[in-house]
Design a protein around this ligand. Sequence first.
Ligand SMILES: [Zn+2]
Length: 376
Amino acid sequence: MNMNKTILHWSYLNFKDVPMDLFLYEDLEEVYLKENFISVIPQWLLNITSLRFIHLAGNNLTDLPPDIYMLENLEFLDVSDNELTELPTTLGLLLQLQQLNISGNKISELPKELNTLRNLEHLNIAKNKFRRLPLQLSECVRLNELDISENEGLIYLPERIANLPMLQSLSADLCNLMYLPAALSKFMNHVRIFHNTSVNYIPMIYERFYQNFHDNRRQFTPISIPKKGLFWVRELETQKRLLLPVGTRKVFQVPSAENQVTLYDDCLHALQSLNRAVVPLYENETLHRLLPEPYMSAHVNNGPIATCTTKSCSRSLYTTYYLMVVKRRGSSSKQLFTCNFCTVNCAFHWLSGNARKYYQVEWKVSDDDDDDDDKK
Ligand SMILES: [Zn+2]
């Protein structure tokens, strides 16, 4: 522990402004100003470049100054529970930033410029007004903890974000996700992604996080999901319609007569590995033009939509895969789980290890003229 660093504890003091006395402290590194009544971050504060840590939770801030980038050594910024409606794009210039907490505000967009925060480890945007997240967030490659919960308008989490290489913890409770992402970082050890009312099945990869799914603490109105352009299957035991991840083009039954070759997916696989190694694809205009069809860049941008459920394989899946819908044997819960496999061999391998615990439920592709006769 560094005993020399200067820390100010000025929380809970009914301050209406940041006290100018701050200037009296040399080499100030950490300042706690939690639960005051501060409505403005003054310009002079931005000159104290020794600051590494600012805690301003529970104040009355309505915006952050664009010059905030001047605090070039800032590693920790907590402005949760304020009145913020947007963030300055210059936040992306705080290159040392490791933790950012903006939860409990009224923000609806995350600037795509935050993609430069390569040291960012913890991001908390819970309890805001987000409707989408920028794909560029997937470039914050150190991101380890992501909390997006309680954003009622959030219906979709780009797969590439759920699959960030170092992500360990993802919280997305009480959003309105249409389905749960079926590709997760292999380091994941904490997931809270439940209480999303439109979701009616759980990808098998969540099995180890599965708990209290039926404990609906709060009811949102389920969103109405358009059927067009999305891929649905209907399971034939209770006739529920399941929305498969966006990007799905074709799914195969288990068993199938023969192994289906997915050349298109093999190409995407190769492109994706190239893309990881060099620059993000969405900045690569040439590649965009060279791709044989427009779908391809969308698929590459978003990343794999699932990984093979057989753990020893875990191959990335993009547009075509073997789908298995299962339920637990002898369980009173009606919970549906889904498995995604790269080959029928992987499916048999998984089934041989799990057949005592799960049984397959038949399904068929739900076509457009399938009416909305869902039984809930
Ligand atoms: Zn596989």
